[in-house]
Design a protein. Structure first.
Length: 178
């Protein structure tokens, strides 16, 4: 024997699970769309950017020591020189790791004009972004469903508790009369 609120709760759970399962292809499509867009960006960046080796003209950031944690590494913009694709020498700022010194060579990426740029998106990076985006979207949609279910179940429980309290009060009142 189930109360109507128990049936509502069971139906809500079933519908939530079905909606969560139905969301999978939509989330996969969103991840696939992101993959397609980022793959185009990756192809463009890989064609436009090339690796270069920069020689530091100044020391990189100093190595810092934390009390109990030991060595703390970091990076900072540091003046360096490198060769542009046309062979000309360029001077500018590159990211140098802690503990690097003047004259050390550091890898960097440059565009066709010889300017330092961020590393290009790679195929594995694009794939990881797309998979993480699709999974994150699905987890977010399931979380919203779970919160909605929890709110409805909370309301149903309050209603059931109120019914039980009324029944208990009625029982107590009948016992007092007899």
């Amino acid at each position: 024997m189930a109360r109507s609120s128990d049936r509502v709760q069971a139906a809500l759970l079933l519908v939530s699970v079905l909606i969560g399962l139905a969301a999978i292809p939509f989330c996969a499509a969103a991840g696939s769309e992101l993959y397609a867009r980022q793959k185009q960006v990756s192809v463009h960046q890989l064609a436009d950017r090339s690796p270069a080796t920069a020689t530091l003209l100044a020391d990189g950031p100093p190595v810092t020591f934390g009390g109990r944690s030991g060595v703390l590494a970091g990076s900072a913009p540091t003046e360096a020189t490198w060769r542009a694709p046309d062979g000309s020498r360029r001077v500018g700022m590159v990211t140098a790791e802690s503990g690097t010194h003047r004259g050390d060579q550091v890898p960097t990426w440059i565009d066709r004009s010889g300017q330092v740029v961020a590393p290009p998106l790679t195929g594995p990076g694009v794939l990881a972004d797309a998979v993480c985006a699709g999974l994150s979207l699905w987890v977010a949609s399931c979380s919203v469903l779970a919160l909605l279910c929890a709110a409805v179940v909370f309301g149903l429980n309050r209603r059931r508790w109120a019914e039980w309290q009324r029944e208990w009060d009625d029982y107590q009142a009948k016992r007092m009369r007899s």
